[in-house]
Design a protein around this ligand. Structure first.
Ligand code: ATP
Ligand code: MG
Length: 430
């Protein structure tokens, strides 16, 4: 590892200090006997000026170096109000590690092209800022989970049965058997609560969703929590505390990055518990009053949720969905048999669902009945049903789509920008 300083660490107070930098040539221009190189590293950018009079050799090399070449440069710190960041480097040494003649990404590149060369696009400061925000959101999640007493667990990805419904399963050959890629770790987390009570996992989830919306990927990162002894209302409190902590902490640690994507931070700052809660019935009334064609009993998709989010300036919950539009494992509301004890968290500004959660059915008989009602075979869920035979407890949990949260926090126009290498029906490369 070379002994270098990061661009963002250089301050005007370091005037006349000698420093070494390593990174990539972000921009370059020549004026008379000077070459201006804007150097980029993971922390940010800084301008280095190579003057012919200072070092003929460095000046000569700087003139020849191409955009996105990797270099090590040395020089002296010089405050300059005209330079970005109020400081620049008077460069007198440059070592070209790998010279680039022509970098494929130019100013007018289309979105499709950027995705085709995503492996090169990742170095753009904007993409790096998204990934930093994503990392910080997850760092915050871990901080919160640790201080609130949750155990991290590591569930399997090869599964034999569906969690979210058969139509979106990715099937694969598993020796002489058929396996599926996990859509959710939930059933396995449910098994883990009998030993650990409060558990969480972060795994990729795979869903063969053909619908081309702005919020669906075929592979996404899923943060899931499951807890014994909690009912729906308890788990909703966990959800709002967790999401609020993730968002507020990210505003604290990554304000600059967040502000490069959104000028208005109101909805993020507003994400403090308690989040508003409306019932599914109320949601339908609101939608109908706004002229949306939807009847009680129908599911809300991205379009309906977008309309609903206009009523809120912060994340909010919709609870009490009809049971037939929700998964078989959700507990039926004892006060209204038509409904499930389910709640989704929706992000404002058109984003919609970021969390799906529920209380789980803890009665063996009722769960078997629900599996049959949904046209499935209880035999396929034998181990899962065992959990209701041996010391069943009331329990609840939820899943948060990490990219969906990032998309809302940064107001991205599509969830694909929130992931390193997006996977969609049309894209499996690079
Ligand atoms: P939707 O109705 O939007 O398809 P869902 O109800 O199928 O979502 P859940 O099964 O509740 O989603 O999954 C939990 C969370 O995982 C969702 O709230 C969402 O944040 C995220 N999620 C689900 N499907 C996807 C996907 N295809 N791409 C990215 N994130 C997803
Ligand atoms: Mg859902």
């Amino acid at each position: 590892m070379i002994d270098k300083i990061y661009c963002a660490e250089i301050k005007p107070e370091m005037e006349r200090q000698r420093i070494k930098l390593a990174g990539w040539v972000y921009r370059k221009r020549e004026i008379k006997d000077k070459v201006f190189i804007v150097l980029r590293d993971s922390s940010g950018i800084i301008q280095i000026v190579f003057k012919e009079e200072l070092s003929k050799e460095a000046y000569g090399k700087a003139r020849k170096v191409g955009i996105e070449s990797s270099i090590i440069a040395e020089g002296v710190v010089k405050p300059d109000p005209r330079a970005p960041g109020g400081v620049e480097i008077q460069g007198d040494r440059i070592e070209v590690i790998s010279n680039v003649e022509f970098f494929p990404i130019t100013k007018d590149a289309s979105e499709e092209f950027l995705l085709d060369v995503r492996h090169l696009h990742l170095r753009s400061p904007k993409v790096a800022a998204i990934m930093k925000v994503k990392a910080t959101l997850m760092q915050a999640a871990r901080e919160w989970l640790l201080q609130d007493g949750w155990y991290e667990v590591f569930p399997p990805i090869f599964l034999t049965a569906a969690v979210e419904g058969g139509s979106t399963l990715f099937k694969l050959k598993y020796f002489d058997k058929t396996a599926y890629l996990s859509q959710s770790a939930q059933l396995y987390l449910e098994a883990a609560i009998f030993g650990l009570e409060k558990v969480w996992s972060l795994t990729p989830s795979f869903r063969a969703e053909k619908s081309r919306t702005r919020r669906h990927l075929t592979e996404f990162w899923h943060l899931e929590l499951e807890a014994a002894w909690m009912d729906l209302w308890d788990i909703m409190k966990v959800e709002e505390e967790l999401v609020s902590y993730m968002v507020q902490r990210t505003l604290e640690l990554r304000r600059k990055e967040v502000e490069t994507f959104r000028k208005d931070l109101t909805t993020l700052k507003n994400a403090e518990p308690p989040f508003p809660r409306i019932s599914y019935d109320e949601a339908i009334d609101i939608l109908q009053s706004k002229g949306v064609q939807i009847e009680w009993g129908e599911d809300m998709g991205a379009d309906e949720e977008r309309v609903l989010t206009q009523e809120f300036d912060r994340p909010f919950f919709v609870y009490g969905y009809p049971k037939h539009i929700k998964a078989f494992y959700m507990k039926i509301d004892p006060e209204d048999e038509r409904k499930a004890l389910a709640a989704d968290m929706l992000a404002p500004e058109g984003y919609g669902e970021i969390i799906g959660g529920s209380q789980r059915e803890d009665s063996y008989e009722k769960l078997v009945q629900r599996i049959i009602e949904e046209g499935m075979d209880p035999k396929d869920y034998e181990w899962y049903l065992d959990l209701r035979k041996y010391g069943s407890v009331p329990h609840s949990g939820f899943g948060l789509g990490v990219e969906r949260l990032v998309a809302w926090v940064l107001k991205l126009d599509h969830i694909k920008w929130a992931t390193l290498f997006p996977r969609t029906p049309a894209r499996l490369y690079p």
